[in-house]
Design a protein around this ligand. Structure first.
Ligand SMILES: NC(=O)c1ccc[n+]([C@@H]2O[C@H](COP(=O)([O-])OP(=O)(O)OC[C@H]3O[C@@H](n4cnc5c(N)ncnc54)[C@H](O)[C@@H]3O)[C@@H](O)[C@H]2O)c1
Length: 388
């Protein structure tokens, strides 16, 4: 059977999620080619070596430049902070590799354009890791909308709520530094719900946003990285540094199809750990998704007989639901990690058949254009058109 060589850059949170996906995709999907976990890359030899052994990689490498040019690598997977997405993607494209990049595509709009340009110039395939698209319940939402079951869409309201930096003593990790992350809750969390909106409702026309940094200084930390040793276990210093990203970013939106949207991303919603929720209302019904119950989609239809109308909960584990036939018998639920397996199996299938994976860098760029328009609006206090 054909083999696809993988080089993965980054070995912590997403490094683990992606390793899990490459390891297990073949257990659930009839892949046309076998992913071979060739090389894992990070910066520090010791923890990297341990991670490579634990996660099942053949080799490890401390310089990503030595990964992207290797002849035995077909897919370069970028699971690092945003500040180096561009450099790795551009070099990988020059080497003719397929590139999978984590979201947000880049830390700036300029970098995102350069990534798309490089991929186009070198004719390589590209994908962006908007993994929530790959959940069966989200696929069901897509199918209901596509089949006209919601009618004309009027509203999308979406929130992505976390609380991991609510303690002012939580240190200044890379996610709180603009030079590395590009933005805070905005690029990290809004990126996902913007992508959900583009996937389910359509393209954005204009936005009006507000961003806030509640805690402006935090203790410095020597090692950066959210889940490096566990959020609680940071090595804090007595010195403090400036938080240079937003803690929360909210915006209103008009879609090109006339629908209205409201979006909220925050890391200050006490008690909310990873609370992505959205509701979409159309002329014939509504749907509600909550990531904390990711197998479920609540559906309301005006086409139900009047006496039986009300929200019903569909458990998206039936073989008729997207991806579900590859998993367990109906009613046997899946979890967060499985979204990455679904995404990686789509990618491997597309690459081995010479097809284009989805979502791709164009989706990453469109998302970045919305992120950027919201930032511009938050600064100017005015509505801002999203670039075409
Ligand atoms: N799809 C999702 O749901 C999701 C969830 C979390 C994070 N992300 C994205 O994934 C990316 C990584 O986030 P994370 O949570 O895994 O971060 P992390 O801090 O847990 O891990 C970052 C990894 O990148 C490596 N790295 C950093 N700079 C490097 C360099 N110059 N060369 C080689 N390796 C380098 C680090 O060693 C580490 O292994 C970010 O873009 C983030 O936005 C996506």
């Amino acid at each position: 059977m054909k083999e696809i060589g993988i080089g993965l850059i980054g070995y912590k949170f997403m490094g683990k999620a992606h390793s899990h996906a490459y390891r297990d995709a073949g257990l659930f999907f009839d892949l046309p080619a076998v992913p071979v976990m060739k090389v894992l890359c990070g910066r520090s030899e010791q923890p990297l070596k341990a991670a490579a052994e634990k996660l099942g990689w053949q080799e490890h490498e401390t310089d990503w430049r030595n990964v992207v040019g290797r002849k035995d690598i077909d897919i370069v997977d970028i699971s690092t902070p945003q500040n180096i997405h561009r450099d790795i993607a551009v070099e990988a494209a020059k080497e003719g590799k397929t590139v999978l990049c984590e979201k947000p595509l880049a830390s700036t709009l300029k970098d995102a354009y350069e990534m798309v340009e490089a991929a186009e110039k070198h004719g390589v395939k590209h994908a962006v890791c908007f993994n929530y698209r790959k959940l069966p319940a989200v696929g069901l939402a897509k199918n209901l909308i596509k089949d006209g079951k919601l009618g004309k869409i009027y509203h999308m309201r979406a929130v992505y709520l976390q609380d991991w930096i609510i303690d002012p003593e939580f240190p200044l990790v890379w996610r709180l530094q603009k030079s590395v992350a590009g933005s805070g809750a905005h690029g990290d969390l809004n990126a996902h719900i913007i992508d959900m909106a583009r996937y389910l409702v359509g393209e954005f026309e204009e936005v009006a946003g507000v961003c806030e940094t509640f805690i402006k200084k935090r203790p410095l930390v020597k090692e950066t990285g959210l889940l490096e040793t566990g959020i609680e276990d940071k090595k804090k210093s007595a010195e403090t540094g400036d938080v240079t990203v937003d803690d929360a970013a909210l915006f209103l939106a008009r879609f090109k199809n006339g629908a209205l949207g409201s979006f909220e991303a925050t890391r200050f919603a006490a008690g909310r750990k990873n609370g992505l929720k959205f509701e979409i209302n159309g002329s014939k019904g509504s749907i509600v998704f909550n990531l904390e119950n990711l197998n479920e989609l609540d559906v309301y239809s005006t086409e139900d007989p009047e006496y039986a109308r009300g929200f019903k909960t569909v458990i998206a584990t039936d073989p008729s639901h997207p991806y579900a036939a590859n998993w367990w018998p109906a009613g046997h639920i899946i979890g967060y990690g499985e979204s990455f397996i679904n995404l990686v199996s789509d990618l491997l299938t597309a690459v081995s058949k010479g097809e284009y994976p989805s979502p791709d860098f164009y989706d990453g760029l469109k998302c970045q254009e919305v992120l950027s328009a919201v930032e511009e609006s938050a600064e100017s206090g005015k509505w801002v058109k999203v670039k075409e």
